[in-house]
Design a protein around this ligand. Structure first.
Ligand code: BG6
Ligand code: MG
Length: 214
């Protein structure tokens, strides 16, 4: 019986995946390279440090340790410039209603995001009060595809993985959910994500339908 929902943030609740992509591309170009939207699928859900390792490898640049840390900060500053104006209007189609509805039905709500900016973004959306637990990039040692973020989320809800559903838009996140023994709802393409069920947005389904299905 499903009693809790664990949501990824970027690309599931809010359209911030596009801002991460823009900021990483700008950084790749600063390093004298570039990467495609297809390659970006490999960055979704991946921590800041692991993302930069991939971007540096794609550009072929050589970066010393101090510069590496500076580049992570530069990317984050660019990202923050893009999200400063963010508000409830930027939520993905149906996301706010879906989460409010699930909460009203007594389903426990948690966040499992790789982003250290997640609590700030959740606040901008006016959603923080609905979340029983918020696990973000500051609370984990192992990033997705490791299941730590979702296992801690389930723990925060006081539930077993089999009692929770994970909502993810990234390959790494779906792998993390599966590795943790969670049922997984993919937001995006079935071919890319390989989750258990797929929707284009949260608004394409209902909490009741998903609870009945799993
Ligand atoms: C994930 C995003 O949610 O968080 C990634 O999908 C991002 O694109 C990662 O790199 C880390 O985010 P932040 O805000 O801590 O740099
Ligand atoms: Mg995501």
């Amino acid at each position: 019986m499903i009693k809790g929902f664990l949501f990824d943030l970027d690309g599931v609740i809010v359209d911030t995946a596009v801002f991460h992509f823009k900021a990483w591309r700008k950084l790749a170009q600063k390093l004298g390279g570039d990467f495609t939207a297809e390659q970006n699928e490999q960055l979704k859900g991946v921590s800041r440090v692991d993302s930069l390792k991939k971007v540096v490898a794609w550009t072929g640049a050589t970066v010393d340790d101090l510069t590496f840390i500076e580049l992570m900060e530069v990317k984050n500053e660019w990202y923050l410039e893009l999200v400063i104006q963010l508000g409830p209007k930027d939520a993905l189609p149906g996301a706010l209603d879906f989460i409010r509805h699930a909460h009203a039905k007594g389903i426990l709500i948690g966040l499992g995001s790789a982003s250290k900016n997640a609590p700030m973004i959740l606040n901008k959306l006016g959603l923080t009060a609905l979340f029983t637990t918020i696990i973000d990039g500051n609370n984990v040692v192992n990033g997705k595809p490791h299941p730590e973020v979702f296992l801690k989320g389930a723990d925060g809800l006081g539930l077993k993985p089999t009692e929770c559903l994970v909502f993810e838009d990234s390959i790494a996140g779906v792998q993390a959910a599966k590795a943790g023994g969670f049922g997984c709802v993919g937001i995006g393409s079935a071919e890319v994500l390989k989750a258990d069920v797929h929707f284009q947005a949260l608004g394409s389904s209902t909490p009741e339908a998903l609870v009945a299905q799993f």
